[in-house]
Structure formats: C-alpha cells, structure tokens
Design a protein around this ligand. Structure first.
Ligand SMILES: Cc1cc2nc3c(=O)[nH]c(=O)nc-3n(C[C@H](O)[C@H](O)[C@H](O)COP(=O)(O)OP(=O)(O)OC[C@H]3O[C@@H](n4cnc5c(N)ncnc54)[C@H](O)[C@@H]3O)c2cc1C
Ligand SMILES: NC(=O)c1ccc[n+]([C@@H]2O[C@H](COP(=O)([O-])OP(=O)(O)OC[C@H]3O[C@@H](n4cnc5c(N)ncnc54)[C@H](O)[C@@H]3O)[C@@H](O)[C@H]2O)c1
Length: 470
C-alpha cells in the first residue's frame, strides 16, 4: 500500500490541480485512458481543429452568393487528420512524460482504479493507494444505444471517428445534439453525404426554441435531417457498407451508408469507480453528488477530503466548467478553513456547427416561467444579423441575437446567438450578466465599433426597451 497526500483520478481537468502548493508533498495521478483526457484527445480541441478547415471548405460554396466564384478542389482528409493528431498526440505524450518522469513528488499510475473505501483505491493489478485527499475527475464516455449492429466496425463514436483513414462518401449520424451538429457540419463541408437521424425533433432541443428551430431549418438545407426518426438496426452489406433500418414519421425505411457516427449523449464514468464500496451519493443520472465546494456527498453530508469535478459530477459537460470546478478544488484542497464555492450562475456554451450557436442563461421558456413566478415582466428582443451593416456585407439571412431581460430593471436573463462567430459575439453579454450590468447601460454606456458585427448585439440591447433606458 502506498500513501499520498493527494490522489487525483483522471488526467484531464484533474491534471491542473498540481499547483506549486504540492511541490513538497506526495501526489498520485491516476489515469486508465489516454493522458490528458477527453478535451485534448477526443473532444473540444481536435473537433475544433476539424471545424476550422471545414469552414474554409464551406466558404467556397457560399462565396458565389456574393459574386465571388471559388471552387473547392479537394479536401485532404489524411493530411488534416495527421496535422491535428501530430500536434495533439505530442501534447498528450509530453504531458504524460512530465508527470511520470520529471517530477520527483508525482507518481503516475496508468490504470483504472476503483474505490475500496472512502480514502483507498485499488489499481487493475491490485496495488492499493491511500490518500489524505482524493479528487475524482474521471469524466464521461459516449453512451451507445441498444441497437442491433452497434458492434459493427463501421460504427464510430466521437472517440474514434476523427482518426478514420479516409473520408467516407456517406455518413449516418445518430443523434441531434452537440456532437451530431458539429460533425454533421464537418463531414458535410468536406463533401460527405450526411444523413442525421434524430429521435426527437427539432435538433439541439435543449437550447432555446428559436435557436433549435432555426438551426434545424438552416442545416436541413445542408444535409439530410430526419426528425422523429429511430434507427432500429444496422446490418453489414456484402460490399462492406451498412444498411440502417429507420422508423420515422412516414413509417419504416432503409438507408445505405459507409459509416455510422453515434452521438447520443455521454454518461459519467461512475459505474467503473467502485462507488458502492465507498458509499458516495449518486444523482439519478449516475453523476457523483457534490456540494457547492465540490465535496463528494455521502448520505447527503460532505465527505472530508474527497472531491469531484468535471463531467463525472457536474451539471454541465463542458470543459470551461470542468476547468472552473478544478480551480475551486485546487483552492479548497489547500484552504480547508476558507472554502470557495463554484459559480454556476452564468455558464455559456457554444456549438461549433454552421450556423454557429452560443448561449448563456435562460431559454425563453425558462425566462417566462421565472418572471411569471416572480411577478415581473419579461422583455424579449430578436435582432437579425441582416439588419446591421456588417450583416448586409455578409448578405446574412440566418443569423440573429435573441435577448431576454427583466423589463423594469433591464437585468439580462438569457442570450442566444446563432450565426457567424456567435461564440465571440456572446462574450460581452456573458460579462454583463456576470457583473450585473443592465441592458440599457450596456447598450448606451460604451462605444460600439461601426460597422462591426457587434452592432447586432448593441441593437438587440436597445430593442429590449427595458425600464432603465432613456
Ligand atoms: C467530441 C467532443 C467535443 C467537445 N467539445 C467541447 C467544446 O467545444 N467545448 C467544451 O467546453 N466542451 C466540449 N466537450 C466536453 C469536454 O470535452 C468535457 O466536458 C471535458 O473534457 C470533461 O473534462 P473532465 O476533466 O471532467 O474529464 P476527462 O477529460 O474526460 O478526464 C477524465 C479522465 O479520467 C480517466 N478515468 C476515467 N475513469 C477512470 C478510472 N476509474 N480510473 C482511472 N482513470 C479514469 C479517463 O481515462 C480520462 O482521461 C466536448 C466533448 C466531446 C466528446
Ligand atoms: N461545443 C461544445 O461545447 C460541445 C461539443 C460536443 C460535445 N459537448 C458536450 O458533450 C455532451 C455530449 O454530446 P452529445 O451530442 O453526445 O449529447 P447531447 O446530449 O448534446 O445530444 C444527444 C442527442 O442524442 C439523442 N439521443 C439520445 N438517445 C438516442 C437514441 N437511442 N437514438 C437516437 N437519438 C438519441 C438525444 O435526443 C439528443 O439529441 C454534450 O451534451 C455537451 O455537453 C460539448
């Protein structure tokens, strides 16, 4: 048995916990998968490294609208793939080497571990690790629906699809959430024929209804979207392609495809952690229960010295949230007398598809419920990109900013943007919500560069006509 001051399960966001505070202490980092976790190896970073060239490829077909003929000659899938993973694999390998070989106080275990009690873990080969403090940062993994044929080699998840040898001619994407939306765009921009089977319509239905409806409408022009459609089985054809059986609003049909991407959500990795041996509380969806200080709970009470962060315990499966929670834990590990709480009030998210989407705060439905319950009036504005000078320059017909605020106070409740660089345009709105800036002061208390696209945000704020306006 080896005892540590700190043991961290998971080298994704967990890896950032080893601050200089631990230089003189014994730390174990334990990871049974690829060093660096999801975001680096199979998540945010490689996907966005595909999204950017996909935007370049897609620009070719859009340019003619503006009087510029651009032809897309070829997408070099292998070159793109190798450029991406040469960079990423080196970061993962270098990070692993640093932890494994270059720090005297850190021991790296390349193994899955399970809890055997509150403060004790066991590796796959039976080594016991105990620690004064344990952080569970074990992430999540793709969930595979129970469909016959899921085990065919042509069936991929986001874990494997980015490393395939060649761009498929036809791809069937099962699911209508974030991963489906991003890969739908990448593969379609690269020239594959994309079909998306979404069990329930419209796509991205967890987002604000206007976004979800208008996104579904926009991408239905780019790829074949089948709403309210279940994939009931997958079978291999003699030529190596796959025949999918679909059950949709018009009844049963079949579809031949070369590759299937399953994007039907992710489950927290708690089922492989021996949680029952330690008795920690789980949420109904399998996440570890934590309090606002990121302490694991047992019987509803915080457990001394055991913490959870990121996808394994969070309400949000987002890297910036995992990073925020890691900063909370990093502080709390060394300041037990002055615990800091995580702040989940204004968590933004972006979907890097085309059109791009970004949102923060309440959806319209949530804001209606919230304002009604509090007896205050709701102000709502939708401003089209096409109503601003930059929107004219782009001949934009799909982009918009939707804002929700309390009418009298001008307090912003939600912001939803769809269109060019939505993930950047939303940042001042996140800032306003985080620091309590009301809509009218934000609109008129600063210059907005003319004729930048940010004017669409300025005009949306002005359109809200909230009580604090002139
Ligand atoms: C395709 C895709 C695209 C994404 N894009 C974005 C994006 O653009 N923006 C965004 O904010 N988020 C994005 N996300 C989500 C983001 O990647 C995750 O929220 C984030 O990486 C979670 O970090 P984590 O530290 O909680 O877990 P991880 O980074 O997954 O780390 C968990 C680690 O724990 C290890 N582990 C698990 N169980 C055990 C065990 N029992 N013993 C030992 N080790 C174990 C795993 O091997 C893994 O390395 C994306 C996700 C995917 C899949
Ligand atoms: N840009 C980003 O921030 C980003 C990008 C990718 C992933 N992520 C994170 O990863 C998480 C997982 O992504 P995801 O797209 O897999 O999940 P998701 O929750 O966004 O979407 C899952 C989709 O699958 C559908 N579905 C579920 N079971 C199904 C079944 N049996 N058959 C058909 N459809 C089914 C759901 O209706 C939903 O449309 C996201 O929720 C997000 O938090 C973030």
């Amino acid at each position: 048995m080896t005892h540590f001051d700190l043991a961290i399960i998971g080298s994704g966001s967990g890896n950032s916990l080893i601050t200089p505070d631990w230089d003189d202490k014994k730390v174990a980092v334990i990871d049974g998968g690829t060093f660096g976790g999801t975001c680096l190896n199979v998540g945010c970073i490689p996907t966005k490294m595909y999204v950017y060239p996909a935007q370049l490829a897609a620009a070719a077909s859009d340019a003619a609208r503006l009087g510029v003929d651009v032809t897309l000659d070829k997408v070099h899938w292998r070159d793109i793939r190798d450029r991406i993973f040469t960079r990423i694999d080196a970061i993962s390998t270098g990070g692993r080497r640093y932890r494994a070989e270059e720090l005297d106080n850190v021991t790296l275990y390349d193994s899955h571990v399970r809890f055997v009690s509150e403060h004790a873990l066991e590796t796959e080969d039976g080594q016991r690790i105990t620690a004064d403090q344990i952080v569970v940062a074990a992430g999540s993994r793709p969930v595979l629906p129970n469909i016959p044929g899921m085990d065919l080699p042509q069936v991929h998840t986001s874990d494997t699809v980015m490393r395939i040898p060649d761009l498929p001619e036809r791809i069937l994407i099962i699911g209508g959430g974030y991963i489906a939306a991003e890969f739908g765009f990448v593969f379609s921009a690269f020239g594959a024929k994309v079909t998306m089977a979404a069990r329930s319509g419209p796509l991205l239905r967890a987002l604000d209804a206007t976004v979800s409806e208008r996104f579904t409408e926009a991408v239905s022009k780019q790829w074949d979207v089948r709403l309210d459609t279940e994939v009931t089985s997958l079978m291999e054809n003699p030529d190596g392609s796959v025949r999918a059986s679909l059950e949709g609003p018009d009844g049963a049909s079949t579809l031949d495809t070369d590759l299937v991407l399953v994007a039907t959500g992710r489950v927290p990795n708690t089922d492989r952690l021996g949680i029952e041996a330690a008795g920690f509380d789980l949420r109904p969806d399998g996440r570890l229960a934590v309090d606002e200080f990121q302490r694991l709970l047992k019987g509803g009470k915080p457990v001394e010295g055991v913490w959870g962060l990121g996808d394994v315990s969070s309400d949000f499966q987002l890297k910036h949230v995992a990073n925020h929670e890691a900063r909370t834990v990093a502080h709390n590990l060394v300041h037990p007398e002055n615990l800091k709480a995580s702040d989940h009030r204004f968590v933004p998210a972006a979907v890097f598809s085309s059109p791009q989407i970004a949102s923060v705060g309440m959806t319209e439905e949530e804001a209606c419920r919230d304002t009604e319950a509090r007896g205050v009036e709701l102000a709502l504005a939708v401003q089209e990109y096409g109503s601003t000078a930059y929107g004219w320059a782009m001949e934009d017909t799909t982009g918009f900013v939707k804002l929700l605020a309390e009418k009298e106070s001008g307090k912003l409740l939600g912001a939803h943007i769809m269109g060019h660089e939505a993930s950047m345009l939303i940042q001042p709105l996140i800032q306003a919500m985080s620091f309590g800036l009301d809509a009218a002061s934000m609109a008129s208390g600063q210059y907005w560069i003319h004729p930048a696209l940010t004017e669409v945000v300025e005009n949306a704020l002005l359109s809200l006509k909230t009580g604090t306006g002139d």
